[in-house]
Ligand binder design. Sequence first.
Ligand code: DUT
Length: 156
Amino acid sequence: MRDLDIQVLRLDPGLPLPAYAHPGDAGADLLTAVDVTLAPGERVLVPTGLAVALPEGYVALVHPRSGLAARHGLSVLNTPGTVDAGYRGEIKVLLVNLDPREPITLRRGDRIAQLVVQRVERAAFVEVDRLPGSARGAGGYGSTGGFGPDTRPSEE
Ligand SMILES: O=c1ccn([C@H]2C[C@H](O)[C@@H](COP(=O)(O)OP(=O)(O)OP(=O)(O)O)O2)c(=O)[nH]1
């Protein structure tokens, strides 16, 4: 499979291009361009030093890294962040420290998030008077139960 070419402008030439850690990885690592400390509960918009020109019909999604989330409580507040194909500004990551007690210190060059590039459809929103039926219908928000059979709502 041939990789999709994406033009990248390094606003901070001291940092490397985004890269996949392993073959088959969906997300390329994003690095922080600055040193930053997040107090418990604090959010910070962190620059990555990168701007991209995505081809039309693609989006780049900013996802948290699971290891940082599990070990430190570090996440992306607006996960996944949406980088539109027409956006030419710096990619930034809205980090949040969800640990209730410990601050998190990041150094310039640390991997903070991952960028997943995907195709997207552009929708034409067509108004109708009635929607076609489906097996699910209007059921949602837990209509099929909770964690298992024991947690099903009693009214079912
Ligand atoms: O995690 C993110 C999310 C967004 N962006 C940039 C790229 C995106 O194309 C732009 C706008 O994002 P979004 O549409 O989510 O923001 P908005 O709050 O709706 O702002 P706008 O009114 O500018 O669309 O901000 C980032 O750099 N990182």
